[in-house]
Design a protein around this ligand. Structure first.
Ligand SMILES: C[S@@+](CC[C@H](N)C(=O)[O-])C[C@H]1O[C@@H](n2cnc3c(N)ncnc32)[C@H](O)[C@@H]1O
Length: 253
């Protein structure tokens, strides 16, 4: 999508993110799963947004590092952090290519709610796996929560759906899926009497096999794949997955 960069999504959605997505189901399972995987070690969340996960996780484990490419998203997180227990150490950066010099090696790095797919190309997603591998402590894990892509339409597919209908505004979700590129480009178009506000988004979805190959390329191996953060068994009917990768034992870096 022309003009769309790493901070475009966050900068466009920061003002509505908590209202639209703040109470996604399954948060308690996400917190339980992340806490279990971290085993009391240092934690980094990638694409942390407004701190939907990072803030309550910090209240449980004491400190969480959290990276996002949008200062507007991190500003929202900081505004909410004042009233929370625990510390969230934020980092402004691109998860496709980050180096955190003032951070410990992590026992757990995770990326929730399909956020890895915000990286627009397979190369950028592979870059993320490689950056994560460089930041893991021995035995550390990388947990990736994504949807399992459904059967793609045979050709390019355009759609307009109604997102919000109120007396004083309407929000339309306009999207274009390109199955050959595995991309979904869209806009949330908010129309009010004051004018039109565009909120662009762009996703590159990957299959579990493609993610596993990216992990292998970064020197990581699949430790376990669940259907969700509760640890439910992953099978052919699963619509989502939490894949946990780790450095093979004995890896020297
Ligand atoms: C859908 S939101 C999800 C936020 C959070 N993971 C959650 O579960 O609520 C996607 C987030 O990814 C961030 N993001 C997009 N591209 C990024 C990149 N290249 N590096 C780091 N963060 C990115 C956006 O700024 C936004 O905060």
């Amino acid at each position: 999508m022309d003009g769309f960069g790493p901070s475009s999504y966050g900068d466009a959605f920061a003002d509505v993110y908590d209202r639209w997505y703040g109470d996604l189901p399954g948060l308690a399972d996400t917190l339980d799963g992340a806490e279990r995987l971290a085993m009391s070690g240092p934690v980094l969340e990638l694409a942390c947004g407004t701190g939907r996960v990072a803030l309550p996780l910090a209240a449980r484990v004491g400190e969480v590092h959290a990276l996002d490419s949008s200062q507007a998203m991190l500003d929202r997180l900081h505004a909410k952090a004042a009233g929370c227990n625990g510390t969230v150490v934020t980092h402004l950066g691109d998860m496709a290519r980050f180096t955190l010099t003032d951070a410990p090696p992590f026992a757990l790095v995770f990326v929730a709610f399909n956020s890895l797919f915000n990286l627009a190309t397979a190369e950028a997603q592979s870059g993320c796996f490689q950056a994560v591998a460089r930041h893991l402590a021995p035995g550390g894990r990388f947990a990736v929560e994504c949807v399992v892509p459904g059967d793609p339409p045979p050709n390019r597919h355009d759609a307009i759906e109604l997102h919000t209908l109120a007396a004083n505004r309407v929000v339309l979700r306009v999207s274009r899926q390109d199955p050959s590129e595995q991309t979904l480009a869209g806009q949330h178009v908010e129309i009010t009497e004051a004018g039109i506000r565009l909120r662009p988004w762009f996703l590159r979805y990957s299959t579990v096999e493609q993610l596993d190959a990216m992990a292998t390329g970064a020197g990581l191996e699949l430790a376990v794949r669940w259907a969700d953060w509760s640890g439910r068994r992953f099978d052919a009917d699963a619509v989502g997955h939490v894949s946990v990768y780790q450095l093979p034992p004995g890896t020297v870096r």
